[in-house]
Design a protein around this ligand. Structure first.
Ligand code: SAM
Length: 320
């Protein structure tokens, strides 16, 4: 009699537990589906824009560079965005992941504007508009024979520098180098003493920004663009840039996210930029610390060359 009662109680308790977990699971799934639907609706409203990237010109080189830009950002591909959920931690050991599918027509808007951190294989997060700007600057310095190499400080998976190397190849320039400058281990811990602007916002812990040197080299190789004209500067900017064996630069592209990283790139490399060359900052509109670093630097150097917007975040100026 007693054991039957215990059994009944046990079944009751297990029943309560199961019901509880089922309800939680259903609520959780509903929340994921609801947020995915909201996201789709929001993107549907904003994704009407036509692609920004028509080839700049109509030569074979223009078409090659256009196809490359689109591939580097994975334009016109569905994006698979891992759902932020503990479920993915449990699935990871089995090489599985719960993802939200962002259909290409929605992803295109993000990739045109460079607004997401691509979860797919895209080699750059800077988007088509900023790649178009890079192409414009490269063509201009080649056309006007502005002396110097090209550099990006803060390359992530390398896409913008892959594009620089491709442009040199397309136009048969065998003299200039492309410098690929990164820690290849993400953003440094903020040095709040020297750069109080940089507060610890967890960016230095962000594994997503940590792309290794072999991985970046492999990305260059994927496009047959890993050769002697590409030079890597692995390490923190404060250690590598002061002694980098660079004589002149025609293009300095700065994309290091922090006040420190932006300032150091400008401080060590701006003096090497030739007249007629370009300075591009990727983070100006997106990060107030980067904007402050650029504004402070320009002010301290008395630079009055017009600062022009590229898109919602990027800016550039030509050194006169
Ligand atoms: C936003 S990502 C760059 C995105 C890239 N330009 C692209 O085309 O997608 C920032 C990069 O800057 C690097 N970085 C930031 N501060 C740095 C520093 N002080 N020294 C070395 N690398 C740094 C990070 O490792 C990261 O790869």
């Amino acid at each position: 009699m007693k054991s039957t009662q215990v059994f009944k109680n046990l079944v009751f308790v297990i029943g309560i537990f199961c019901t509880f977990f089922c309800v939680i699971f259903l609520l959780y799934t509903a929340a994921i589906l609801y947020s995915a639907q909201k996201c789709r609706e929001k993107l549907a409203k904003t994704s009407q824009e036509k692609p920004a990237a028509a080839p700049i010109g109509n030569t074979v080189q223009d078409y090659y560079l256009d196809v490359l830009k689109k591939h580097l950002v994975r334009y016109d591909s569905d994006a698979y965005i891992p759902v932020t959920s503990p479920i993915n931690k449990w699935l990871a050991p089995y090489d599985l992941s719960l993802v939200r599918i962002l259909p290409a027509q929605h992803a295109n808007k993000l990739r045109t504007d460079g607004r997401d951190w691509p979860a797919d294989q895209a080699e750059t997060m800077i988007g088509l508009k900023r790649l178009n700007n890079l192409e414009y600057c490269i063509k201009d310095v080649l056309k006007h024979n502005v002396p110097g190499d090209f550099i990006e400080t803060g390359v992530w998976r390398g896409g913008a520098t892959i594009f620089m190397r491709a442009a040199l190849k397309a136009y048969g320039d065998t003299t200039r180098k492309v410098w690929v400058s990164d820690s290849f281990q993400g953003v440094p811990k903020p040095d709040e003493k020297s750069y109080p602007m940089d507060v610890d916002n967890g960016m230095s812990e962000n594994k997503y920004l940590m792309v290794s040197l072999p991985q970046v080299k492999q990305n260059f190789a994927r496009y047959d663009l890993l050769d002697d004209q590409v030079r890597f500067l692995p390490g923190w900017f404060r250690d590598t840039l002061p002694t980098a064996p660079i004589d002149h630069l025609a293009i300095l592209r700065v994309d290091g996210d922090l006040y420190e990283s932006t300032t150091e790139a400008l401080h060590y490399l701006y003096p090497k930029v030739s007249r007629g060359g370009y300075i591009i900052d990727d983070d100006y509109g997106a990060l107030t610390i980067a904007k402050k670093a650029v504004d402070d630097f320009r002010k301290s150097q008395g630079i009055t060359d017009e600062l022009k917007p590229i898109d919602w975040t990027g800016v550039y100026w030509q050194k006169h």
